[in-house]
Write a protein that binds this ligand. Structure first.
Ligand code: ACO
Length: 321
C-alpha cells in the first residue's frame, strides 16, 4: 500500500509587504534584498488573522481539488511553528473549522521542514492502513516571530499555507520520505523564548527570530545537497529522471545551488520566493500547488520536494504526482 497526492491547495493572506515598504522600516534596499535573497514582496497576515485561518483556506482548496468531503477526512496533520494557541493544537482547531469530528488531529513542529515531517508521518498512516484520507497542511504566520528592527531577518519571512490530501494507492504516489535533524545547530537559527522559559524576552520586547545567516546558508547548501543525493539513490533513481524540484523557498541562491547539484535547469524548478518570501512550513506545499494550478506539474511526473529549517531539521519526499 502506498499513498498518493489526490489534490493540492494553498492560500496567501491578502496584505502584501514590498521591499519598498521595508526600506521605510529598516536600513535596507530593494536591490540588496533581491540580489541576496530573490525576494521582491511577501504576504503578511493582518492583526487577528491566524495560522488556522490560512490553513483552513488551503485545506478547503486541497479538498475541493481532491474531490473529497469533510466526512471522508480521517487524519488531520499540520506542520507549523506558529500555532494560534499553546493548545488546542492547530490540527484540532482546523478539524473543528472543517466540521470533522473524532479522527486524530495534531500539529508538529520542525521549523521550515515541518510540512515534510507532516507529509512523512501522514504517508505512514496511509501506508499502514490507519488513514484512508489524510489532510496534510503546512501553515505559518511566521512574521509574528520577526524582530522588525533586525534587517538581517525581517526581510526574509512571510505568511501563508499549503495543503495536500493523501489517499491510498496501489502504486506510489509518495515513493519515499527522508527526515533528519541535528540539534547541535540549535544556536544558528532560533526563536529564543517560549512557554517553559516564561516568555520573559517577549515581555521585555526582546524576542524575535535570531539567525547567523551566513553559517545557516553554508550548512543548508551542504546538507540539502547530500539530502537530494540520498533521496535519489535510496530508490536507484537517476537525477535525469526528475521532472520537477520543489524546494523550500528560503533563498534563491540556495535553490540554484541544489538545482545545479541535480543538473536541473531552473526551468524545471518551481520558484515562488520572489512573491512569497520564506513562508517556512508553508513554502513547499505553496510552491507545489502553484506548479499544479498553472499546469506545469502534470499527473505521472516525478517530483523531488525538500526543505531545511531551524534545529536544524531537514527532509525530502520523492513523489510520482
Ligand atoms: N539590507 C542591507 N544590508 C543587510 C541586510 C539587509 N536587509 N541584512 C544584512 N545586511 C548586511 C549585513 O549587516 C552585512 O553588512 P557588513 O558586511 O557591513 O557586516 C552584509 O549585509 C552581509 O551580511 P551577510 O549576513 O553576510 O549576508 P549574506 O550574503 O549571507 O545574506 C542572508 C544574508 C540572505 C540571510 C543569507 O545568509 C541566507 O539566506 N541565509 C540562509 C537563510 C536560511 O536558509 N534559513 C533557513 C530557513 S529559515 C527557517 O528555518 C525558519
Amino acid at each position: 500500500m502506498y499513498s498518493r497526492i489526490a489534490g493540492t491547495g494553498s492560500y496567501l493572506p491578502e496584505k502584501i509587504l514590498t521591499n519598498a515598504d521595508l526600506e521605510k522600516i529598516v536600513d535596507t534596499t530593494d536591490e540588496w534584498i533581491r540580489t541576496r535573497t530573490g525576494i521582491s514582496q511577501r504576504h503578511i497576515a493582518v492583526e487577528g488573522e491566524t495560522t488556522t485561518d490560512l490553513a483552513e483556506h488551503a485545506a478547503r482548496n486541497a479538498m475541493a481539488a481532491a474531490g473529497v468531503t469533510a466526512e471522508e477526512i480521517d487524519l488531520v496533520c499540520v506542520g507549523t511553528t506558529t500555532p494560534d494557541l499553546v493548545f488546542p493544537n492547530v490540527g484540532t482547531l482546523l478539524q473543528d473549522r472543517l466540521n470533522i469530528h473524532g479522527c486524530p488531529a495534531f500539529s508538529l513542529e520542525a521549523a521550515c521542514a515541518s510540512f515534510l515531517y507532516a507529509l512523512g508521518v501522514a504517508d505512514k498512516f496511509v501506508r499502514l492502513g490507519d488513514a484512508k484520507c489524510a489532510l496534510v497542511v503546512g501553515a505559518e504566520t511566521l512574521t509574528r516571530l520577526v524582530d522588525w528592527s533586525d534587517r538581517g531577518t525581517c526581510v526574509l519571512f512571510a505568511d501563508g499555507a499549503g495543503a495536500v490530501v493523501l489517499k491510498p494507492a496501489e502504486e506510489p504516489g509518495i515513493i519515499s520520505t527522508h527526515l533528519h535533524a541535528d540539534g547541535k545547530y540549535k544556536d544558528l537559527l532560533l526563536y529564543p523564548d517560549g512557554v517553559s522559559l516564561g516568555f520573559n524576552l517577549v515581555r521585555a520586547g526582546k524576542a524575535g527570530v535570531r539567525m547567523k545567516g551566513n553559517e545557516v546558508y553554508k550548512v543548508a547548501v551542504n546538507t540539502l545537497g547530500q539530502l537530494v543525493t540520498e533521496t535519489l539513490s535510496a530508490k536507484g533513481i537517476d537525477k535525469s529522471q526528475l521532472d520537477w524540484l520543489i524546494p523550500h523557498q528560503a533563498n534563491i541562491r540556495i535553490i540554484e545551488a541544489i538545482a545545479k547539484r541535480l543538473d536541473l535547469p531552473m526551468e524545471r524548478v518551481i520558484v515562488t520566493i520572489e512573491t512569497h518570501g520564506n513562508t517556512s512550513a508553508a513554502s513547499v506545499p505553496l510552491a507545489l500547488d502553484a506548479g499544479v494550478r498553472d499546469g506545469r506539474i502534470k499527473r505521472g511526473q516525478l517530483l523531488l520536494l525538500e526543505a531545511f529549517g531551524g534545529g536544524f531539521t531537514w527532509g525530502s519526499a520523492l513523489v510520482r504526482y
